[in-house]
Write a protein that binds this ligand. Sequence first.
Ligand code: NAD
Length: 259
Amino acid sequence: MLKGKTAVITGSTSGIGLGIARAFAQAGANLMLNGFGDAALITRLGIELSAHDVKVRHHGADMTKPAEVTALIRETEAHFGAVDILVNNAGIQHVAPVDEFPEDKWSAVQNIILNSSFHATKAALPGMKTRGWGRIINLVSAHGLVASPFKSAYVAAKHGLIGLTKTTALEVAETGITCNAICPGYVRTPLVENQIEAQAAAHKLPREQVIRDIILAAQPTKRFVEIEEVAALALYLCGDAAKSITGASLAIDGGWTAR
Ligand code: NAD
């Protein structure tokens, strides 16, 4: 389905981004991976993914640095000839009350989630317009649609990313490019594992109780969304059947935002 296409996926050394990389490689896309991780991990991922008869590279751009984000796109174009699909996925979380929120953490969350998505989109769009085809997928969250206490930076960045998604979609609507937001509920990745640990320590509760009573309290299905479910939605958005889906915020959250 994606044979001959090239995808850049930010933050694809772990979690949801890696799941999307696996789904795209199976569908035949060449991949530019990005994200942190030691050399052994990155080599192992390259071997695993290229077994699907696709080309795979890794670029270590730090999403807090605009020049590196732009370089990620330019170097992908130089090496593979195009960026056909851009998945803005890299993200971090920090939990604190607004009036105690550390300013450096606020800035890091905005830079990695919102600002890097702007810089990558800006850099990738001219090539997509020239070719008359493109897919931009912004990995948002249920927290792009609703809020939770103590996550001001994350909720603000994710709401902002939905704004960028809608605006981009409108600007390129006649050019064969779509731009959409995927809004998952809780997915069990290292990002969420860290929150389980932190909540268990803060409330002095067993992990299973934290998962049931705190983490999944807002998720009516009472189970985590699976990485593969999110990856399948991303893959669907890349297909021809999804060419009229643009500017959408697609919840995949076990009913969380239906409340
Ligand atoms: P994760 O921690 O497993 O992976 C995050 C990835 O981002 C890693 O590859 C990491 O190296 C990379 N990254 C972090 N900081 C970076 C930086 N400065 N520069 C480059 N790469 C950087 O997290 P995840 O749960 O897979 O989250 C992926 C995305 O999905 C995030 O945007 C997150 O907000 C979103 N999301 C996650 C959940 C969930 O429950 N896990 C739910 C909704 C949305």
